[in-house]
Design a protein around this ligand. Structure first.
Ligand code: ARG
Ligand code: GLU
Length: 713
């Protein structure tokens, strides 16, 4: 009898090992995983996590600014997210006089909290499988009629969902159109900055440590959602009051135990688990290396500028972080994928898929050639895709004159409409204001250097025969010299002078005379004429093939766990608090401590700079009551499958309390966007006990801790 029990225990242990960890699950379907999650230690029910009729954990999870995740932690709308998620807001409130980047900022009371125009906080009201409703009445229709009918169904569903309420609704394809879900949301527009630690905490380790374990970043910032007096969303208004949420997360000060259950609830952006071997190979060998190279160049220029003066450091802080972040992730991804030999793994899986398809006539017909077709499509269109990526790197991530050109073109194209409505003068003022904001974070010489290097690299990557005429007839130097001494795109005074006389003829004149504007237009048109058509075919045909491919996986391998790729909708992933051993002869323990911050600081690397207060508190071991066994934990890792967009996501314990804020993955695990490997993929979390220590002991903002509900052992 005992033996059987032991065997059963082993069986359960291995059974949940195989289902946990990989996958980003849809909250409304979480019931299917309840047993598995409880077997791993979770004390909650599926209904505690997601419920439409009662408040549940879901109501504390916020989509922050559309790109990150945040969570409510008090009954007064107090919101936590990552420092890097609030970075552009923090930066925009910073100046040489009020250098919040360098010294941090803490509102002493609610009246000091800082508004952030344009920043939104969105709660998910419900998630609903509408596959049948979207496909209703489409059977037997031609492709064209089917699309029209689906479009009509879509419109009706949205309209119904939004009738008589202040919600918005959205329907998204999951599994490449094998399923559709409707997401109903409530969006708040008055979100104020409450506090932020200095960069030396919130961005501690900078780019040296970004995507890297061991990690010591206090990557958090504090915001607050405001509503009108009836708790309804409202634009910024002085009469607004702190929002009362349906649920907020209690904060856990409990001892952490390696192996304990963890769950991440948030908005993962994109994963691409179904790429074929050929597709992945193209990305690893050609597309990513070229993008990395483009960014090598711009980062080199920006880093040098930022080191040269405090003013430039502040101007470029946010841009630099954005460009370097993707750059370093890609390097890690390629490394990880090569290490595990991802291409071979893909080939093996593809063989298994094809063998299974060949075992049955019907499957053979439906699925027998889909992988081959996907690989052939990559073969045929990858240069279009490559052109697209290079265009993005050059025109959207590269020198900023292109962004200016887009804005100005859009504005001037509206001359007729604006002047017939008597809105022209007002709009000119608005443009001047916007330009002021833009030029605040811009440096002509820096941008010129970026332009020079990226223009050369763009031509080199695509080949002279594949670039617009101006890039053939003039060298990068010639273009740079003229554009950066004459164009209205690259200089504030020239722009203002131009605006003082702008009228209905200005756009045509610019496009004839301003070399920056001309280059933008040519680059754009060349892209639209030569690259975009191929990209469109590639993406739409690939999506159609992916739909079939994924349907085949689900039909032919029903016993495998299937999960839909991330698509910026609310998901749950769960795992354990645990370290990893991604390299032979080396293990990563699961947590880091304040001592490690001081050790890193001693190395002299400027990314590890601290303010004196940190030294004082660390030397005195002033840990408040936030330590565990005499150590102040800073960060910890877990085997939760996360991706970009999960930044700021709550890492939740077995009882539904907040353990920390997810903010990164280890470098070895960034490959999980393409392939999850349970033995190496780890998410990185800043421990809430460190967050509270910084707020309370370091910054003296204890009133914020008092606002939260803190639970102890
Ligand atoms: N790697 C994290 C993420 O993808 C953090 C990025 C911010 N930090 C930085 N040094 N750029 O967003
Ligand atoms: N830092 C990422 C973000 O901004 C999360 C890290 C990841 O990609 O896992 O969402």
């Amino acid at each position: 009898m005992r033996r059987i029990l032991i065997l059963a225990a082993i069986f359960v242990a291995t059974a949940f090992k195989s289902t946990a960890e990989e996958g980003m699950l849809i909250p409304s379907l979480i019931k299917a995983f309840e047993n598995d999650m409880q077997a791993m230690g979770m004390k909650l029910s599926a209904q505690d996590i997601y419920d439409v009729n009662n408040s549940s954990l879901k109501d504390a999870i916020i989509h922050f600014g559309g790109g990150c995740t945040a969570e409510l932690v008090s009954n007064q709308g107090l919101l936590l997210t990552n420092h890097h998620c609030g970075y552009s807001q923090i930066q925009s409130h910073s100046s040489l006089e009020n250098d919040y980047l360098k010294y941090g900022f803490w509102a002493k009371n609610k009246s000091e909290e800082l508004p952030n125009p344009g920043l939104t906080a969105t709660r998910i009201v419900r998630i609903q499988d509408v596959t049948a409703a979207i496909l209703f009445g489409t059977e037997g229709l031609s492709e064209k009629d089917k699309a029209a009918k689906m479009e009509a169904n879509y419109g009706q569903l949205i309209q119904d969902a939004m009738a008589n309420n202040h919600y918005t609704a959205d329907i998204k394809p999951f599994n490449y159109g094998n399923e559709f879900y409707m997401i109903v949301k409530e969006t708040f527009n008055d979100v104020r900055l409450v506090g932020t630690p200095p960069n030396s905490i919130g961005k501690f380790g900078g780019d040296t440590d970004n995507w890297v374990w061991p990690r010591h970043t206090g990557d958090f910032s504090v915001f607050r959602i405001y509503s009108d007096v009836n708790n309804m969303p409202n634009d910024y208004d002085e009469s607004n009051v702190p929002y009362t949420p349906l649920h907020f997360l209690p904060v856990s000060m409990k001892h952490r135990v390696p192996g304990e259950f963890t769950m991440v609830y948030g908005f993962p952006g994109t994963t691409e688990q179904h790429l074929t071997s050929g597709h992945l190979k193209y990305i690893m060998d050609l597309e990513r290396p070229a993008r990395i190279k483009m960014r090598d160049k711009s980062i080199g220029v920006i880093d040098a500028s930022m080191r040269s003066s405090d003013l430039l450091r502040i101007k470029y802080a946010s841009k630099q972080a954005r460009i370097a972040n993707g750059w370093k992730k890609w390097i890690g991804q390629i490394g990880g994928l090569k290490t595990v030999d991802a291409i071979q793994i893909k080939l093996d899986r593809e063989k298994k898929y094809n063998d299974m398809a060949a075992s049955n006539q019907e499957w053979k017909k439906k699925y027998g050639s889909v992988i081959q077709e996907m690989n052939a499509l990559v073969e045929q269109y990858h240069m279009a895709d490559f052109g697209y990526s290079m265009f993005i790197e050059y025109s959207y991530v590269g020198p900023e004159l292109f962004g200016r050109a887009r804005d100005i073109n859009k504005f001037l194209s509206n001359y007729e409409k604006l002047s017939s409505n008597n809105e022209w003068d007002k709009e000119v003022q608005a443009q001047l204001e916007a330009a002021k904001g833009f030029f605040k974070n811009y440096d002509e010489e820096t941008d010129k250097q970026i332009f020079l290097l990226l223009t050369e690299e763009y031509v080199k990557q695509l080949g002279k025969e594949n670039v617009p005429a101006l890039l053939k007839s003039k060298s990068a130097e010639e273009l740079a010299d003229i554009i950066y001494s004459k164009s209205i795109l690259t200089n504030q005074a020239r722009f203002e002078k131009f605006m003082s006389k702008a009228n209905g003829k200005s756009l045509a004149k610019l496009l004839k005379k301003d070399l920056g504007m001309m280059l933008w237009k040519e680059t754009e048109e060349h892209f639209v004429a030569n690259t975009l058509p191929g990209v469109r075919i590639f993406k739409s045909e690939m999506d159609a093939l992916l739909k079939t491919y994924v349907a085949g996986k689900m039909e032919m391998f029903p016993e495998d766990q299937h999960w839909p790729d991330a698509n910026s909708t609310l998901r749950i992933t769960y795992g354990k608090l645990e370290g990893s051993a991604p390299h032979d002869g080396m293990t990563y323990t699961e947590h880091t401590t304040l001592d490690g911050i001081i050790t890193k600081n001693n190395s002299g690397n400027p990314d590890y700079e601290l303010l004196p207060r940190m030294h004082e508190l660390a030397a005195a071991k002033e840990y408040g009551d936030y330590a565990q066994d005499g150590e102040l934990w800073v960060c910890f890792t877990g085997s939760n499958h996360t991706t970009g967009g999960n930044s700021g996501s709550p890492v939740i314990d077995a009882e539904g309390n907040l353990m920390g804020l997810n903010f990164d993955r280890t470098w070895e695990s960034t490959m999980s966007d393409y392939m999850f490997d349970a033995s190496r993929c780890r998410n990185i979390t800043v421990d809430m006990r460190y967050v509270l220590w910084v707020i309370d002991v370091y910054a003296g903002a204890k009133h914020l801790v008092d606002e939260m509900k803190v639970v102890r052992d």
